[in-house]
Design a protein around this ligand. Structure first.
Ligand code: F6R
Length: 612
């Protein structure tokens, strides 16, 4: 949420900042801005809209911009509407300090009131400008930028990924983290800061992950890290493996389509080196140390938000039905405020693509505090959830840039299936039964590739329904979460209202909505509850609802009942969601295309939700 990039070194940083912002735009995209220090003075440019609007503003300017010290920000608004004034960077009262900030200063009103009394005036409605003024006040006292930042932060409640520049104490960038990720990119004679590696991977692979409560001062020659109380800290420089090609569109019109099409490979990657076909077993290095605790666990709690929560719901079916372990699923955002009863016998898996979602992280910390073993199922390597958990499994889906999650969902499901099979075997499942499941898992990438060949049919379907205002998605068992996910995908990028329901719940309310204008997407594979779902289809038909069915390729019966059938291969029931969701991702993509919405950067959303 919000992208941050900064540079200090010998090069002209303007192209570095703008390219960095373009790469970070998926994190937030309602306004953007840069602050440069040129000849000892600030040159600050901010614009509501996309990074492209900022670039147009800069191109329209008369002066040549060339600076060796600068910071850039792309915003997802929390306080104050997205306009030029509220865009970052923000200044202090004397305009000697410029800051960019990701997060929320929770006590900003109290600080603002005090500063107003002292004669400060504010241009924007943001909490960030208040923080800039507070740092400015401290700077007056200390004359040292780093001390001023630390002093100001000691008065602040809330979260921040903060980057600060000054024209008075120039030659340095001061950064600080609490709750919002920041990394330092270490170069030779130059240094970078960014909210994620994609902004700087072109220039350096050596990075330092800042932890909560840490502050750093960057110069051209190096960096120094410390706590807010000025206790020096030595940090380890780590190597990132991210490839530039992974964060490019690579010939596709949209990242979302690229990521949908990557799924045969990403599902394979999630299993690579882990699935032992001959032994019908699974090896997950990140869980070895906690295996005993996992096997003794009285229950497993799966939590996450949004799409990751849907993955958790499918995981519950897998773990309870296959591994026979009592499992609960909880919205991470509700978890900690419920004061949940958690103890040492519990194991909590935090499921998160970004590994930075504020609610998921907070739930994990809450469970850890109460003595539970906390594990991560995370995509972004080195992310906070990955680093703070007791162990876990990376899903290895590669960077996901499209705001709507696609490949990370199927990789999360694949990893949940691997964990399930591993635990089931450890709890007594026979090698023969394990081999059957392992073989089925190994066949999934080809099945997904097969579904992806149907793009034209699904595009035609999208064109048929593009003007509809509401959709229902219905499924049962492990396909109920697939219905939720299909509905979420549609809402997010095409702005069509859609709801997912367990099919049998329809008659308890939503059936009132059904008429000839209501398309209903049924996920109806030939499993143990097929006949029950068919009854639900009849109920919709009887009320003239329009039926789209995601059904098995060899299912002839369904053709009689549905107006449109999207065929999918058969698979083992609890693995079905991994392939059944693919047509729903394609449907939402093509609906968005037909409605000419912004597929990769849908309105109001951001990729990584690092605020509560
Ligand atoms: C939906 C989507 C969001 C995320 C949610 C959690 O397409 O992307 O619902 O799934 O914000 O994000 P992570 O998985 O990064 O914790």
């Amino acid at each position: 949420m919000c992208g941050i990039v900064g540079y200090i070194g010998p090069r002209n940083c303007v192209p570095i900042l703008l390219e960095g912002l373009r790469r970070l735009e998926y994190r937030g995209y309602d306004s953007a801005g840069i602050a440069l220090v040129m000849n000892g003075k600030f040159s600050i440019h901010k614009k509501a809209g996309k990074v492209a609007d900022l670039v147009s503003l800069l191109n329209a300017g008369n002066s040549e911009l060339n600076a060796q010290l600068g910071i850039g920000h792309t915003r997802w608004a929390t306080h104050g509407e997205p306009n030029d004034t509220n865009a970052h960077p923000h200044w202090d009262a004397k305009k000697e300090i410029a800051i960019i900030h990701n997060g929320i200063i929770e006590n900003y009103l109290a600080i603002k009131t005090k500063l107003l009394r002292e004669g400060h005036t504010f241009e924007s409605s943001t909490d960030t400008e208040v923080l800039a003024h507070l740092i400015g006040v401290m700077f007056e006292r200390t004359n040292d930028l780093c001390s001023a930042v630390r002093m100001a932060l000691s008065e602040v409640e809330g979260t921040y990924g903060l980057v600060v520049l000054s024209t008075r104490d120039s030659g340095k960038i001061v950064v600080a983290r609490r709750g919002s990720p920041l990394i330092i990119g270490v170069g030779e004679g130059e240094n970078f800061v960014a909210s994620d590696a994609s902004a700087i991977v072109e220039y350096t692979r050596q990075v330092v992950y800042l932890e909560d409560g840490e502050v750093a001062e960057l110069t051209t020659q190096g960096f120094q890290t410390m706590t807010i109380d000025d206790v020096k800290i030595d940090k380890v420089v780590e190597e990132i493996t991210l490839e530039l090609s992974q964060i490019e569109r690579g010939g596709y019109d949209h990242f979302m389509m690229k990521e949908i099409n990557e799924q045969p490979e990403t599902i394979r990657d999630a299993m690579r080196g882990r699935l032992l076909l001959d032994e019908g077993d699974v090896k997950l290095g990140g869980l070895t140390d906690v295996m005993e605790r996992l096997l003794k666990a009285k229950r497993i709690i799966l939590n996450g938000c949004g799409t990751s929560w849907h993955a958790a719901l499918v995981g519950e079916y897998m773990l309870e039905q296959i591994a026979k372990i009592p499992t609960e699923v909880e919205y991470a955002s509700e978890f900690r405020y419920r004061n949940p009863i958690i103890g040492e016998d519990d194991v909590l898996f935090s499921i998160s693509q970004s590994g930075e979602t504020a609610d998921t992280l907070a739930a994990m910390r809450e469970a850890k505090k109460k003595g539970a073993t906390v594990l991560g199922i995370v995509n972004v390597v080195g992310s906070t959830i990955a680093r703070e958990s007791d162990g876990g499994v990376y899903v290895h889906a590669g960077p996901e840039i499209g705001v709507a999650s696609t490949k990370s969902f199927t990789s999360q499901l694949t990893v949940l299936a691997l964990i399930t099979l591993m635990l089931a075997r450890a709890k007594g499942m026979s090698r023969e039964d394990g081999k059957v499941l392992a073989k089925e898992l190994a066949s999934l990438p080809d099945k997904v590739a097969h579904i992806l060949k149907q793009t034209e049919t699904i595009q035609a379907l999208a064109n048929e329904f593009k003007d509809v205002r509401n959709f229902l998605y219905l499924g049962r068992g492990a396909n109920f979460p697939v219905a939720l996910e299909g509905a979420l995908k549609l809402k997010e990028i095409s702005y069509i209202h859609a709801e997912g329901y367990p099919a049998a719940e329809m008659k308890h309310g939503p059936i009132a909505l059904i008429d000839e204008n209501m398309p209903v997407v049924f996920i109806v594979p030939r499993d143990g509850i097929y006949d029950k779902v068919i009854s639900n289809i009849h109920e919709v038909r009887a009320r003239r609802g329009r039926i789209i069915a995601v059904a098995n390729e060899d299912d002839r019966e369904i053709e009689e009942m549905a107006e449109f059938v999207i065929p999918v291969p058969r698979t083992y029931g609890f693995f079905g969601p991994i392939i059944n969701v693919i047509p729903l991702q394609l449907l939402s993509y093509y609906m968005a295309i037909a409605r000419e919405t912004d597929v990769d950067q849908p309105r109001n959303l951001a990729k990584s939700v690092t605020v509560e």
